[in-house]
Design a protein around this ligand. Sequence first.
Ligand SMILES: [Fe+2]
Ligand SMILES: [Fe+2]
Length: 146
Amino acid sequence: MTEMGPITLAMLKQHQIVNKFLEDSEKISEDDIYQFVKLFNLFKWNLNKHLFIEEENIFPVVDSTNKKELNQIQGLLNDHKDIRKIIDNFDEEIGDGIRPNTSILRELLFKHEGREIDDFYPILDKRLTSDKRKEILEKIKEIRLG
Ligand SMILES: [Fe+2]
Ligand SMILES: [Fe+2]
């Protein structure tokens, strides 16, 4: 495997934090909805910060003359929409005292993260100037996950 670029690596680390909270919430026993909600809320807190960083700090640097990049961004933004929709449904279920089945969310989230790490972020790492990369990395650091 070739060495990962700095943006790819920074975002991979964020994915690991986000995923850990989701996986921890899934490990909670079926009847402990209180603990589940606590971890699920931490998952959401971190995921929303992550999506904000992507949508406000990284995606805007897309090369709008490059069809491939534009298509990728469109796909990633659609994923974000689907992820948020699923989470909204979960929040309703939780409001009704039902523990949601997170497997659909996990599947979509992991597939989405794979697309970012394998296809999209490496392109940016390669294409952006080192100044622009630095600017993005500084902003990533402003928002702490965990
Ligand atoms: Fe994303
Ligand atoms: Fe991501």
